[in-house]
Design a protein around this ligand. Sequence first.
Ligand SMILES: Nc1nc2c(ncn2[C@@H]2O[C@H](COP(=O)(O)OP(=O)(O)OP(=O)(O)O)[C@@H](O)[C@H]2O)c(=O)[nH]1
Length: 358
Amino acid sequence: MATQRIPVILVTGFLGSGKTTMLNHLMRDSADTRIGVIVNDFGSINIDALAVAGQVDSMIPIENGCLCCAADATEMDEMLERLTDPELRIDVVVIEASGLAEPQSMIRALLSSSNERIVYGGLVEVVDAAEFPDTRVRHPELDRHVRAADLIVLNKTDRVAEGERRGLLEALQEIAPGAPVVAAAHGRVDPALLFDHRPRETTEEGFRQLSFADVWADEASGAGCGDDSGCHGHDHGDHLHAAYESVEFSTAEPLHPRRLMDFLDSRPVGLYRAKGFLHFAGAGREWKFGLHAVGSYLRFQLSPWERGEPRTTQLVMIGTGIDADTLTKRLAECVAAPEEEIDETHMMSVLRYANETD
Ligand SMILES: Nc1nc2c(ncn2[C@@H]2O[C@H](COP(=O)(O)OP(=O)(O)OP(=O)(O)O)[C@@H](O)[C@H]2O)c(=O)[nH]1
């Protein structure tokens, strides 16, 4: 009897669009499905892996670099080999790409995989409804990413008015005619949209998966990677991540809430994305503050520290033209001195941005 192949679904989308949030939702809503996850983060501290840990059946984190460039077919195969080990009984594999990944390169690596236990399950592109119009101006190549998608998730619709939402849906239809688009808030999409995906079939609605030939055609038009990193066709100049850099900061010393807020309020324009966990001194010390900044958006998600969990601050900042030394120095200045008195009023500016967990 032929064994069922395991679908491998790619989740892409620009920095902070809501990929991890959607992944966590899928985990929570698919208790009957065993999901294997590959999480790729841009930076050596894998915040996304920390954010989905504990909810998945098996996970391989990949840090420090972009999977779309690191992964030639062999490397991707090694990761999939581990996740599709029959003993793990995984039903579906989801790869969360970094927010700067090149979808076509990843599709190509999957389509050329020699792993006979898998089948390419399609590309889901998450679009940030609040940021997309501006991001698209800065990065016109995002249109190409949207066109590569088998399913487009217009996320964060809670952050835009009804008229804007309609305009965005129309814009996405124009970019990718016929592609299915689903509007969502907090990544809450029906898991059946992903797992019952049949991207190899063409339907009347024009739902169609990119073929290997399409991907190579994109290569020829300049959408792929350079040869020197296991990619083919041209250089990395037009990859989103070519223009971006990441800076990491960690410390076991607690932070002063007001100084940290001063830092965030005056963060450099080029610093588009910041994420991680914060450990504050004083009134906030019992809480772990998840930090998310996307463009001008800022949110903290509070959760209690787990028993025995080391209380540390771990931050990843991603942007263009950011100066690592300056950022590191400014963050080091946010560390609270032992003799400093920190009371509840110092926490007020932080708590204004606090949210319940998604
Ligand atoms: N208001 C609102 N916030 C959202 C929604 N989806 C995600 N967020 C928030 O947006 C921030 C970024 O979400 P993530 O899921 O980490 O985004 P990501 O695409 O995984 O980010 P990167 O991996 O850095 O590219 C977090 O603060 C989320 O809580 C949404 O639909 N509405």
